[in-house]
Write a protein that binds this ligand. Structure first.
Ligand SMILES: Cc1cc2nc3c(=O)[nH]c(=O)nc-3n(C[C@H](O)[C@H](O)[C@H](O)COP(=O)(O)OP(=O)(O)OC[C@H]3O[C@@H](n4cnc5c(N)ncnc54)[C@H](O)[C@@H]3O)c2cc1C
Length: 414
């Protein structure tokens, strides 16, 4: 495999490439190992019609700021994958694709030992840029679905034609569930939705796309004493895993409102509780769910953004109050799959972290690396690209570069 590099970055998604940019700027010799055969990171796993939820203004990468003329538009899966390929070329990223790191341990005498699909190697420093959305989560309940019902995680979903004819039950209403439900409904499918408590939020807030304010408040809020979108202000370690708001980048970008989906004809249910021989039970708490979904943004991120706008003296228009909406579905709390002609179930139930290849005491009881600004408790081992690593924006394209810079500086200082 050649001589050992000073620093190895594992993963060539946006986080790995951004770290590589800064290491190159600082003159740190390094190599990126990527298990996939092609660049573009996990965005290559998204469904066919996927559009970024974050607008172009958030496509800034270190050394390659967004230079288009439509900061408020959204790009497709193919465009974002191409963007990362262009970026890797521009920064001459030293990537080796097709190299899977199967085990990372401490090397005798210092540094790290890496077992990879192409042999073993050593490095003085290792940066884990392996992604935050690694392993699709599928509830154990899935095993109770009757044979003959097709079921898959959104990770494996590509397009409506992939599913057998008939109605679809989408379990979970985060960004993926909401967006795919819209696609299935538009394709003429009868859609049932098991509603989760992912917050709704306005696409446009106080004259800007919401993501603009999330990035600005996270980056500059602390200069004005507004720390609410920084990790220090999180109410609990569990809050690091809170889902992103229910927004979509399709059709020019829009917010997804659950009651609106119901009015359009989708069947809204509570949380999926039991599956028993084709009979499905949902929790009887949709009203409470709608309350949580519709109030969280104003109480948390919206409040933080308002505080930042005021503290920084920014001239931004007031946000009109959304009209009250008390529409409620009239669905029963139970459903028989055959009676409802549900032939497929889509698990829109998110992802979990996976650092199982790291044979070192890296993670806390939540499976999240123990770290300070990306430097783990193991000297020489760093992590980048996780949600709430330092800020709310740490895992999104326009935000990851700041953490990457800090980590590269730490490495070059050693
Ligand atoms: C459904 C969904 C939609 C999203 N939409 C947006 C959006 O619109 N805007 C936005 O900014 N963010 C979005 N994100 C969040 C995030 O930006 C993306 O997940 C992004 O791909 C994360 O980049 P990354 O570099 O951290 O990780 P990844 O893109 O996952 O890259 C990590 C790379 O590491 C490689 N790797 C992992 N383990 C190993 C190993 N052991 N050995 C070798 N290689 C390894 C993987 O193959 C992968 O290519 C979305 C996430 C999801 C799940």
């Amino acid at each position: 495999m050649g001589p050992s590099p000073d620093t190895v970055i594992i993963g060539a998604g946006q986080a790995g490439l951004a770290t590589s940019y800064w290491l190159t700027q600082l003159g740190v010799e390094h190599q990126i190992l990527e298990r996939r055969d092609s660049l573009g990171g996990a965005f290559q796993d998204r469904w066919d019609s996927f559009y970024m939820n974050t607008p172009n203004l958030a496509l800034d990468l270190p050394g390659m700021p967004y230079d288009g003329d439509d900061r408020d538009a959204f790009i497709s899966r193919a465009a974002v994958v191409n963007l990362f390929r262009r970026y890797a070329e521009l920064i001459s990223a030293p990537v080796r694709t097709g190299v899977d790191v199967s085990r990372l341990t401490a090397a005798p005498g210092g540094g790290f030992h890496l077992e990879t699909s192409t042999g073993s190697m050593r490095a003085r420093n290792v940066v884990l840029a392996t992604g935050a959305y690694q392993v699709p989560k599928v509830p154990a309940l899935a095993a109770k679905l009757p044979a003959g019902v097709t079921h898959l995680h959104t990770h494996d979903y590509r397009n409506p034609e992939q599913l057998p004819d008939g109605s679809v039950l989408v379990v979970g209403t985060g960004q993926s569930g909401g967006q795919i439900a819209e696609e299935l409904h538009a394709a003429g499918r009868e859609v049932h939705l098991a509603v989760s408590i992912v917050p709704e939020a306005p696409r446009r807030y106080r004259g800007q796309d919401l993501i603009y304010w999330m990035l600005e408040t996270g980056k500059h809020g602390p200069d004005y004493g507004v720390n609410a979108l920084t990790t220090k202000a999180l109410p609990s370690p569990a809050a690091r895993f809170a889902p992103n708001p229910l927004l979509s980048g399709t059709e020019g970008g829009h917010a997804i409102h659950l009651r609106e989906l119901g009015r359009r004809g989708m069947h809204l249910h509570g949380h999926l509780e039991t599956i028993d021989d084709g009979d499905i039970t949902f929790s009887d708490d949709l009203t409470e769910r709608f309350t949580a979904v519709e109030s969280t943004f104003a109480q948390r991120s919206g409040k933080a953004i308002d505080a930042y706008i005021t503290a920084a003296g920014i001239d931004a228009p007031e946000q009109p109050r959304p009209p009250g909406d008390d529409w409620l579905p009239s669905e029963a709390g139970q459903l028989n799959l055959t009676d409802a002609n549900i032939t497929s179930v889509l698990w829109a139930t998110g992802y979990k972290l996976d650092f199982s290849f790291v044979d070192l005491p890296l993670v806390d009881e939540w499976g999240y690396p123990k770290h300070t600004r990306g430097a783990t408790e193991i000297p020489g081992l760093y992590v980048v690209g996780l949600p709430w690593l330092t800020h709310h924006y740490s895992a999104i394209v326009g935000g990851v570069g700041l953490d990457a810079r800090h980590i590269a500086e730490r490495i070059s200082d050693l």
